[in-house]
Ligand binder design. Structure first.
Ligand code: DGL
Length: 342
């Protein structure tokens, strides 16, 4: 499986001969390190490292250099990428915005599953990712089980509305939840409410069109703010009264990664005393835990503070470039079109 050069062991990742000769250090393996690692080869006579040392060495070096894959139906997952970048600045990341097929929230499960599988396949084949973050509540609800069944060895992190934290922190016992139609209609979401929120009054609203308006906002001259404001105002008023008083909602769960970018508008509408909850930080922490467990953390690169980011879209390149610049301060040349997925 290790095909970077002719000298490497053909049965495991161990570059025994070149290391012993001291003349060559292999680059990262071309295969994702989360694939089952075959048992290590028997040591050759006079090998420099013991098999177990070599196993650890090659695993760590190899894994650390592979990127994390992240995707969303569009630019919403950039809010998760922001959190990942803060928590794990040394991790190289490959982001896919499936903007050419957005929104997912108003499509059926079969469509979302098919897109998620195609993107995962692309990230594995073209970028040899070591872990996948499904940075989309809708995709997590519709497809994470499907992805786990297709790639049982791939470490996966999904995104779910912050129901448990909201249930723990509400004082009035009334919580608002906004998400896509796909998320609120999913059995995963109903299970979440059932498991963590029996003592809470949940006020749930599917927000058709809001993710798409936010998607469009990054590259329209006026920021498309009026449409976002109008949609937010409509959905927030349908939910009912917000505030710290008894019977009012004191917490609002942002159950779609796109909505994080409308936070200032939403906060203004619900008032300063209402807590807005998203899951970016929790996802970054879970990613860190999985990387640690699998010994997949990237070593800090010498002399730099942040690792490389590459962003791909299946939609309009200028839209992704504008979003990457606006939300993450990334230059346009980090972004490309994922031709294989269009
Ligand atoms: N960003 C996605 C989420 O978190 C959904 C947006 C869409 O409908 O495509 O659910």
């Amino acid at each position: 499986p290790y095909n970077c050069c002719k000298n490497c062991c053909k049965n495991c990742f161990t570059p025994c001969a070149p290391r012993r000769a001291g003349s060559h250090h292999c680059p990262a393996p071309r295969h994702p390190p989360h694939f089952p690692i075959p048992p290590i080869c028997q040591p050759r006579q006079g090998a420099y490292f013991t098999p177990s040392q070599l196993d650890v060495l090659s695993m760590q070096t190899a894994s650390g250099m592979a990127p994390i894959g992240i995707f969303d139906s569009g630019i919403g997952g950039l809010s998760v990428l922001q959190a990942l970048r803060e928590a794990l600045p040394h991790e190289p990341c490959i982001y896919v915005a499936d903007s050419g097929h957005a929104p997912y929230g108003e499509r059926d499960d079969a469509f979302v599953q098919q897109r998620c599988a195609a993107i995962t396949d692309y990230l594995l084949k073209h970028h040899a990712i070591k872990l996948l973050v499904v940075a989309c509540n809708t995709a997590t609800a519709a497809a994470i089980g499907h992805l786990r069944a297709l790639w049982p060895q791939l470490p996966l992190v999904g995104v779910e509305p912050a129901i448990k934290p909201a249930a723990l922190q509400t004082r009035t016992g009334h919580v608002g939840v906004i998400a896509t139609r796909g998320t609120v209609g999913s059995s995963r979401f109903q299970n979440l409410l059932h498991t963590h929120g029996q003592q809470v009054h949940w006020h749930v609203q599917a927000c058709d069109g809001l993710a798409q308006a936010i998607e469009a906002s990054t590259w329209q001259a006026d920021g498309n703010l009026s449409e976002i404001e109008a949609l937010c105002a409509r959905y927030i008023s349908v939910l009912g009264p917000f505030g710290p008083n008894p019977g009012h909602m004191d917490t609002l769960v942002l159950g779609c990664t796109h909505y994080v970018f409308a936070r200032p508008v939403l906060q203004r509408l619900v008032g300063p005393h209402v807590h807005l909850l998203d899951t970016g930080k929790a996802v970054a922490q879970q990613t860190q835990r999985l990387l640690q467990q699998g010994q997949l953390l990237a070593p800090p690169p010498p002399g730099t503070t942040t690792a490389a980011m590459q962003l791909f879209t299946t939609g309009q390149l200028p839209a992704l470039q504008a979003a990457a610049q606006r939300w993450l301060g990334l230059p346009a040349n980090c972004c490309s079109v994922a031709q294989a997925l269009v």
